[in-house]
Design a protein around this ligand. Sequence first.
Ligand code: ZN
Length: 150
Amino acid sequence: MSELSDLYQQVILDHNKKPRNFRKLDEPTRTVQGLNPLCGDQLTLYVDLDGDRITDISFQGSGCAISRASASMMTDSLKGKTTAEAEQLFEGVHRMLTSDTSEPVNTEGLGKLAVLSGVREFPTRVKCASLSWHALRNALKGEGSKVSTE
Ligand code: ZN
């Protein structure tokens, strides 16, 4: 097993056990519910915006380890970021998760989120990892309060 997959396992387990920002916001600017029917993952994402800056972000819900860890890491990475920076991270994560496994994985600019690249080896789990990110995108665009991976 490569070093990255070792790290991947550890990080996923750690975030699953102790998810960061796992709480409700009192009066969030945006609330989006995400559902991944394939696996049964569901989460509610709360975002506080001050102008175009994410001042606070949190989530609640139930789902598999990958969906929880991904949401936990996402909220960790996005606090204090601008919506444009968040959109860039979304693009980067999406590219990383959906790229062809025959090509070297591109994790440029993703920082700690790079450990999620391990997920692309398991196509059925990609939707688990991207659920929170799709909810984020809806939240940032203010497009609807529900998102499904189907
Ligand atoms: Zn899942």
